[in-house]
Design a protein around this ligand. Sequence first.
Ligand code: KG4
Ligand code: ZN
Length: 336
Amino acid sequence: MSSRALLAIETSCDETAAAVVTDGYDVRSSVVHSQATLHADWGGVVPEIASREHVLKVIPTIRAALDEARVTPSDLEAVAVTVGPGLPGSLAVGVAVAKGLALAWDKTFLAVNHLNGHLLSAELDGGHVAFPAVYLLVSGGHCLIAYARSPGTYELLGQTRDDSVGEAYDKVAREMGLGYPGGPAIDRLAAQGRDTLSLPRPMLDTGYEFSFSGLKTAVRRQLEHGPVEPKDLAASFATACIDVLIAKLSRAVDEYRPQSAVVVGGVAASPILRNRLVEELGDRTTVTLPGLKYATDNAAMIGAAAWRQLEEYGASSEAVQVEPRLPLAAVVRGEA
Ligand code: KG4
Ligand code: ZN
C-alpha cells in the first residue's frame, strides 16, 4: 500500500465500528454494525446490552474492515480508538481491544476524542473545510456550536443545558410509538406533514446555548390533550428543532463571518435539516456536510482524528483509561 494507514475502532455507544483510514483521510474501509434493532424494544440504548454486543461484534467488525481494505496488520502504522465521551462499559470494550492489538502487533496507540472525530467527519474521502469555520455538532449525545480559526483549534461557543437534539428526537419518537432511533422515523413522517402546532422554539433569540427538554414536554402535552395528526406533530417538532439549530448557526455566521459552516453528527443526516441549511445560510457562507454515512457514528471519523492527533501530539500512552465525560477537543496524551 502506497500511503500510510491505520485501524480505527469506535464503540462509544450502540454502533460497533472499525475502519482503515489513510493519512490523507481516505477511507479504505468503514464497517458499522448498528445495534439499533437490539435496543428498539426499549426505546433507547440500554448500556448493559450495548457493551455485551460490542464484546460479541468487535473482533468480526475489525476483521471485516481489514478484509475490505485488503490490508494485513503489517500494513498498518497505528491502532486508534475512541476513549470518550460515551458509555463507560461500551468504551471499555473498544479500548481494551485496541490496546491489546497495538501491543500484540507492535503499533502506535492513539486514544481519540469522539467529538473530535465528528468534527473531522466532513473531511473524509476528499471533503474540504474552508477556515475559519463554525461547527454545529448535533448528535444523540451532544449539541454544541464551536468556532475554529484554523484546523483543530475549537473554541466552544455554547452547548445544550439539558437534552441533545438527537436525544429529543429519540424521546419524542418513543412517546409517539415510532421506535428507535427516532431521528429517521420522525423525519420520514415529518416530510408528509405540516408545521401546524406552534411548538416552542427554546432559547431562539439568545446566545449559543440550547435547551430541548421543554420542547419534548410540549410534544407530550399535545399527545395527552388532543387528537393530533402524527405527521403534523412530527413536522411541528422537527421544524421547531431545526428553526433553533439554524437560528444559532446563523447568529454565529453573522458574528464570526466564517468561510464555512460545518454541520456534523447523527442529526446532520436529516434531509430536512440539510436542505434548510443550504437554503438559509448558503448565500452567506459555504455549508459543509459529511457524507450521509459519516454523519452517524462510524470509525472512519475516529481514524481521521487519530491522524490529526498523531501529527500534532504524537502517540498516546497505553496507560490511558476510558473517559466517559471527555469534553470537546481534549487530547488524551496519557499523563493524567
Ligand atoms: O452521531 P450519532 O450516531 O451518535 C452520537 O454520537 O450520539 O447520532 C445519533 C442521533 C440519534 O439521536 C438519532 O435519532 C439521530 O442522530 N439521527 C437523526 C437522523 N438520523 C439519525 N436525526 C434526525 N434525522 C435523521 N435522519
Ligand atoms: Zn457520535
